[in-house]
Ligand binder design. Structure first.
Ligand code: AVI
Length: 325
């Protein structure tokens, strides 16, 4: 069976947006690229390999929560009334299908509404999940998260439970992440819930290793975006002239990755500018922000939610926080 992996794949129709974002980012000081573009077909495969590698603990931690605490999680989200279970960036729904199975077992009255920017992922989920989870009511929504949340509210007026998992919130700088939570709150009504994954601050070496794995998969994952820019925009990045560099600041909780130019060089983008790099100049590629429990709870209150409880893995490295609107 075809494996659908990442959630934020940008579809082919977005080439103009990709071009504009890339050119703007590379003309900025300092230079940056948008990590949402990591996920082409090769990026999806590399991310799958990251999730399977020893150092990348996040997936196992959240999977442990969804497999070991499924019944309690199901009871919390069921809350005694019918609801729509909306998943932002559903991907292949690997983790959430454990919750779906338990909700079906408990005969919960719900419809699963996965939202994804990829129409391919949504058609796949619509077609396959009811086969693996008999009795599942599913209504996949293809589009931007907040547009589709508005659409979901028009389709049904039942209570909403929104899943936003995988520490995807960490890929936004904290101010943008807070804004995202505030925007999400505006799309929900009192009594609605969110279940949101946060990767927690921990031993700095553990965090850094997850983004600087020994086998170099994360390095290939970062460099793959240059390959994508070459392929889709016709640029001439020489991948051998850039080095992957990851840092973790335990004080701020920001884990950041960069590509460092190994020499003075120029890169041409057809129909766009020629980009000059100094030796050691960097491109900022991604942030993976880590939080304390208190910071995650503050996010809830500052965006108009009440933090209800946290589901934590046995190492206490990751939480799925449950917030009520
Ligand atoms: C998707 N996201 C939560 C991953 C993370 O941990 O920030 C993406 C990633 N980048 C490098 N490794 C994993």
């Amino acid at each position: 069976m075809e494996v659908l992996m990442r959630t934020r794949r940008v579809e082919h129709t977005d080439r103009t947006q990709f071009f504009d974002d890339t050119v703007n980012g590379l003309q900025s000081v300092p230079k940056h690229l948008d990590s949402k573009y990591f996920y082409d077909a090769e990026g999806d495969k590399l991310f799958q390999q990251i999730m399977d590698c020893d150092e990348y603990y996040l997936t196992n931690c959240e999977m442990e929560i969804f497999t070991q605490q499924t019944e309690t999680l199901a009871n919390v989200v069921m809350d005694g009334s019918a609801f729509d279970l909306i998943e932002l960036g559903a991907g292949d729904a690997t983790k959430s299908s454990h919750l779906l199975r338990e909700l079906l077992r408990q005969q919960a009255e719900f419809t699963y509404m996965p939202i994804d920017i990829s129409s391919h992922i949504i058609s796949h989920l619509n077609a396959t999940l009811p086969l693996s989870l008999p009795g599942l009511k599913i209504k996949g929504l293809n589009g931007e998260y907040f547009h589709m949340l508005s659409k979901a509210a028009k389709i049904s007026n039942r209570r909403k439970v929104v899943l936003f998992m995988g520490a995807n919130i960490g890929n936004m700088p904290p101010a943008s992440a807070l804004h995202f939570c505030q925007e999400m709150r505006k799309h929900l009504s009192p009594g609605d819930m969110v279940v949101i994954g946060f990767d927690l601050k921990k031993n700095p070496e553990t965090v850094l290793a997850a983004y600087n794995d020994k086998s170099g998969i994360t390095k290939r994952f970062n460099l793959n975006l240059l390959t994508r820019i070459n392929r889709e925009l016709g640029a001439d990045f020489n991948l051998n002239c850039f080095k992957h560099y990851a840092t973790y600041d335990p004080e701020s909780g920001a884990c950041k990755s960069y590509l460092i130019s190994l020499k003075e060089q120029t890169v041409r983008i057809p129909d766009g500018p020629t980009i000059s790099f100094d030796e050691n100049e960097y491109i900022s590629m991604e942030i993976s922000q880590k939080y304390t429990l208190a910071q995650a709870a503050d996010f809830a209150t500052q965006s108009g939610f009440e933090p209800l409880l946290n589901f934590t893995d046995s190492k206490e490295w990751f939480i799925d926080a449950v917030w009520v609107a």
